[in-house]
Design a protein around this ligand. Structure first.
Ligand code: ADP
Ligand code: MG
Length: 304
């Protein structure tokens, strides 16, 4: 999946660790963009040709991603694939594409051109060249599923970390108040250097930022969060957004959406959603947080 995944348990349970490992291997067979034999590759290859029958998890996640695409059309689009391929940000060989080619991609991103058949469990991309890309939602879905599997196996405390998309289970085993403390990476410092810390019960913390995958032309930075309306990387003052809530899939989507909206509009979006908090960090390391994050001491916030 292009990242490091770690599961931390506080008791010995080799079978459940192996079961999660096998689960992730299976999910890679369903969702990988890099494997020609994945279900996702089959759907994309058959664009404009025919519907493709897929497994239940694939169907579920695509259905959810399409619903979010309709809900947040200005920022989240699961049909971003042609643009991602065109820009190739984070994969080498990068250059700024011509606006003609960008326009051509934008014409392939209409969610109404995806036909889902829930009885046959098929997905059909109606135009040749359409490409589903679940990169901004899949890791959240996997984190939720893994925590569910751990719970079903009787595990009561765990940390699941999919390349920085963190989901906690149960209570912190080592502190008196049993609350977790999660560091939010300083967007411009080296890895492992938190800019601030958040104390919380078991939640998920998901960050979208522009400092991990980008390329530069002169002074101009082109990063990997692409605007589905213009076809270019979104331009604003933010370095990163972290979302803290119960469901990791939702957190992934909201991290991308809030990155687009910027701190002011994004703040309003999150304040309307019960049980969701957000941390906005701009390129000058200015921090803004939603009302559920209470300052405790310098650089430390707390969520009830
Ligand atoms: P990361 O992979 O670093 O966790 P994100 O979760 O923000 O980053 O997802 C970025 C990926 O999502 C991109 O690599 C691309 O595949 C896809 N993507 C980029 N822009 C959008 C967008 N506006 N809507 C949906 N998916 C996007
Ligand atoms: Mg994300």
């Amino acid at each position: 999946m292009g990242t490091v995944i770690s599961i931390t348990l506080f008791e010995r349970n080799q079978p459940v660790v192996e079961a999660v490992y096998d689960y992730l291997q299976r999910m890679d067979q369903v969702f990988s963009m890099n494997r020609p034999d994945s279900e996702l590759s089959a759907i994309n290859r058959q664009a404009g040709q025919q519907p493709v029958a897929i497994s239940a998890p694939g169907f579920q996640l695509i259905e959810a991603a399409l619903a979010y695409t309709r809900q947040y059309p200005a920022s989240f689009n699961v049909l971003i694939g042609p643009l991602v391929k065109l820009w190739r940000i984070g994969f080498g060989g990068q250059q700024v594409p011509s606006s003609t080619r960008i326009q051509a991609c934008l014409a392939l991103m209409d969610p109404n051109q995806v036909k889902l058949d829930s009885v046959r469990q098929t997905v059909y991309l109606q135009q040749p060249g359409m490409v589903l890309d679940l990169g901004a939602i899949a890791k959240g879905y996997f984190a939720d599923q893994i925590v569910l599997q751990l719970q079903q196996a009787g595990v009561t405390q765990a940390i699941v970390n999919l390349g920085g998309n963190v989901k906690l289970l149960g209570s912190q085993p080592f502190t008196a108040d049993q609350r977790w403390e999660i560091g939010i990476q300083n967007p411009t410092a080296s890895r492992g250097q938190p800019l601030l810390q958040v104390q919380m019960p078991a939640r998920t913390v998901v960050t979208s930022g522009i400092f991990e995958r980008y390329f530069k032309v002169g002074q101009h930075v082109y990063h990997h969060i692409l605007d589905p309306q213009t076809g270019y990387p979104v331009e604003n003052k933010l370095a990163q957004v972290s979302i803290i809530t119960a469901q990791s899939e939702l957190a992934e989507v909201l991290a991308t959406v809030c990155y687009f909206q910027g701190s002011q509009v994004g703040m309003a979006t999150i304040e309307q959603l019960p049980g969701v908090e957000a941390i906005f960090i701009d390129r000058q390391q200015q921090v803004s947080v939603t009302s559920g994050l209470k300052p405790r001491r310098k650089g430390v916030y707390s969520i009830e």
